[in-house]
Design a protein around this ligand. Structure first.
Ligand SMILES: Nc1ncnc2c1ncn2[C@@H]1O[C@H](COP(=O)(O)OP(=O)(O)OP(=O)(O)O)[C@@H](O)[C@H]1O
Length: 253
């Protein structure tokens, strides 16, 4: 049932690719300011679920509502405009530009017609860039070319670029992939700072990271929602254990 606090709601959503049912009757509710982890074995449909929410892929049936409005009929750019940002696995930063220049571009993208009319001026932009850099831990690297950042720092810059758009809901697909343990730890700290301010849906395989950030975990399997609850609840669920059996991630949930 939909409640007053529901922020994002997927109702009986299905999608098939040429007859293959990748998502099948998926219903999911995420509350405002919540950090929801989405886990499941390879091929469970996690990335496809994010693709459906951000409009990259169209639902075959069912509906997706965001802040009470149906969004599954909107185009990708319209969904971005209603406040849904997506971080893809491959960063889209300009490697030859500095961190500050990248953030400047990210900032200038955050300008609707009204914002352009009442432009705040350079000092506000600079303050906002500083704020974003501090938030993601890049305040000492503002004048460094993005190409010289470590893998983890590049991911944080990418996150800052998404934050520059000030989305209400942020979708993150395996944000810690390829990160060192230290970078993963810092990313967990960052996500813990973002929760409340933004709603986050995080697809992740690294269960140590999930443990550090999780409130509610939704487990997908074969295009369906298999279980939902705290890490303790889902990891002791026999259906979840069975779903992971025979995969390389067996025993990690
Ligand atoms: N465009 C597409 N065309 C055909 N099949 C697709 C397409 N996109 C995804 N699939 C299939 O849908 C299923 C779900 O894929 P998806 O990438 O959403 O899983 P996942 O849970 O994110 O997996 P992983 O953890 O490995 O990233 C897979 O069997 C995949 O091969």
């Amino acid at each position: 049932m939909k409640t007053a606090t529901d922020h994002l709601s997927l109702r009986d959503v299905s999608v098939s690719f040429g007859g293959f049912q990748a998502i099948s009757g998926l219903s999911l509710d995420v509350n405002s300011g919540e950090l929801r982890c989405l886990i499941g074995p390879n091929g469970a449909g996690k990335t496809t679920a994010l693709d459906l929410i951000c409009g990259k892929t169209r639902v075959t049936s069912g509906e997706i509502r965001f802040k009470g409005e149906a969004i599954h009929t909107l185009k990708e750019y319209q969904i971005a405009r209603v406040g849904i940002g997506r971080k893809f696995q491959v960063p889209s930063v300009f490697r030859e530009l500095t961190v500050r220049e990248n953030l400047n571009i990210g900032q200038s993208r955050n300008t609707g017609v009204l914002a352009n009319l009442v432009r705040f001026g350079a000092s506000h932009d600079d303050e906002e860039i500083e704020r974003l850099a501090v938030l993601v831990g890049l305040q000492d690297d503002l004048d460094l070319a993005a190409g010289h950042l470590s893998h983890g720092q590049t991911q944080w810059l990418e996150i800052a670029l998404i934050l520059a758009q000030n989305p209400t809901l942020i979708l993150m697909d395996e944000p810690t992939a390829g990160m060192t343990a230290q970078e993963t730890g810092k990313t967990a700290e960052l996500f813990n700072r973002l929760r409340g301010e933004h709603t986050l849906i995080v697809v992740e395989h690294d269960m140590g990271f999930v443990r550090d950030i999780a409130e509610t975990i939704s487990v997908m399997h074969q295009g369906k929602l298999l279980a939902e609850g705290s890490l303790e609840e889902v990891s002791s669920d026999p259906r979840v254990k069975e779903a992971y059996l025979g995969t390389k991630e067996a025993g990690h949930a």
